[in-house]
Ligand binder design. Structure first.
Ligand SMILES: CC(=O)SCCNC(=O)CCNC(=O)[C@H](O)C(C)(C)COP(=O)(O)OP(=O)(O)OC[C@H]1O[C@@H](n2cnc3c(N)ncnc32)[C@H](O)[C@@H]1OP(=O)(O)O
Length: 155
């Protein structure tokens, strides 16, 4: 079926997060990443504006089901400005999630590839991320290779 401009063959529109997305299931998606309470409109707006102030150095992408208006996936990339590598930049991919009902159709890979493209377009010399061992295969499909060790210190 022919889709409107910006909508892929599966009927998803991948685009930057908008304020209206709070009512399109953004919190339901985030809850599939990590147990988290729903955000109030005020908390969402405040964080949205804080991130918007970072301009193209922080991008949250969502995939909207063009037929229902609900969000089916999300992911973010942060561009870190460094002194090393001649003041180079590194992209950090974070919080990639596809709604359980939309998995296995290539949507996660499409979102990750768009985030990587964004980082590359901002001049990053690499893109990195942390994930569980079970996700090695998924990120390998997205073009990533295993490198180094992840360490964490939680408060
Ligand atoms: C940096 C981070 O954010 S890590 C956190 C990642 N997010 C989560 O764990 C949240 C829960 N999981 C999810 O949301 C989804 O399962 C995701 C995002 C991991 C994958 O999304 P999907 O849309 O289902 O993946 P998609 O269909 O694009 O898969 C692309 C390819 O990777 C493969 N793949 C997907 N998941 C896995 C997996 N867990 N292990 C191995 N291969 C996988 C698929 O089979 C597919 O391969 P193919 O092209 O040969 O068919």
């Amino acid at each position: 079926m022919e889709q409107p401009p910006g909508v892929d063959a599966d009927g998803y529109r991948i685009r930057p997060l908008e304020l209206a997305d709070l009512s399109k299931g953004f919190c339901d998606l985030l809850a599939q990443l990590s147990p988290s309470a729903s955000l109030t409109e005020e908390a969402f707006r405040s964080r949205f504006e804080e991130l918007a102030a970072l301009g193209a150095n922080h991008l949250v992408l969502v995939a909207e089901d063009a037929a229902t208006g609900r969000l089916a996936a999300a992911g973010a990339v942060l561009v870190e400005r460094k002194f090393i590598r001649r003041c180079g930049s590194v992209g950090h991919v974070e919080d990639v999630v596809v709604d359980a009902a939309s998995r296995g159709r290539g949507l996660g890979e499409r979102v990750v590839r768009r985030l990587v493209e964004h980082a590359r377009g901002r001049g990053c010399y690499k893109v990195i991320l942390n994930c569980t061992p079970e996700l090695r295969g998924f990120y390998a499909k997205c073009g990533f290779v295993e490198k180094n060790v992840q360490m964490g210190l939680y408060f």
